[in-house]
Write a protein that binds this ligand. Sequence first.
Ligand code: NDP
Length: 278
Amino acid sequence: SHTILYGVFGDPIRHSRSPIMLNRAFRETGLNAAYAAFHVSPQGLGDAVRGIRALGYRGVNVTIPHKVEVMQYLDEIDGGAQVIGAVNTIVNEAGRLIGYNTDGIGYVRSLKEETGIQLQGKHVLLLGAGGAARGVAYALAKEGSACIYIANRTKERAVELAATIGAFTKAVGLGLDELGDVVDAAGLIVNTTSAGMHPSVDELPMSVDHLREHHLVSDLIYNPRITRFLREAEAKGARIHGGLGMFIYQGAYAFEYWTGTPAPVAAMRQVVEQSLTE
Ligand code: NDP
């Protein structure tokens, strides 16, 4: 039988850990499949998506900066991805390209497994309103969190995202400079901004002055594994949760959409952890 083909489209793409993670998953499950990284520029995205059909690729992940723009080239968008307004996983069903978003469900799975948090009734402070924030906000809303405060450097984007999420839970959009009492009221604080990501490792998304023992502080960034924000939150007595698990689970859900086989999560985590310490 021939090799089933998969890939990831991004720009830049050379630091992506998706190929080693997914190829490890195929090997672990004995599937005859291969996953490659493609450097796709914004101008080349339409051609690249048509290439999925032309070459018979079974599935593709889509990453920065294509998650929104790719939607116009697909035949069908899953309901959740439609609400989020972004696609990170494409499934090729006999020439019909279907878009999904596994970022938010991957995040919530990691958060619940690694921290045991009960999201029902929680007040959440979400920092950032970009592509990742949209998936995470939607997934947290569906878990029954009581209120999601969304604070972004560009306030208008936070207000817009709060309006979208408002269909599923109470949501409020704020500027990053308007946090006030919200920090104290929140049980869970999630950084979805790129502040603190390699190479800007000294940036903080907010002041840590008001963080305390009752906070669970979570960061989507996984390079570095533990951001300055998480280190300083922990020093204030907060519990912390890093972004590596989200990366693993967004890939695991994509693997399951493509193959119908349970993802070998432990092997996937092991190979990514190893690559981050190299
Ligand atoms: P986007 O470019 O869509 O959004 C970036 C967000 O960060 C915006 O809200 C932006 O605010 C904010 N921001 C950027 N720089 C700063 C700063 N210096 N101070 C305050 N806010 C800032 O990116 P994504 O949403 O796709 O990704 C965001 C982060 O999440 C990245 O670090 C990425 O690595 C991580 N991520 C992790 C994943 C995982 O699997 N663990 C998956 C996806 C993303 P503004 O609107 O004002 O520009």
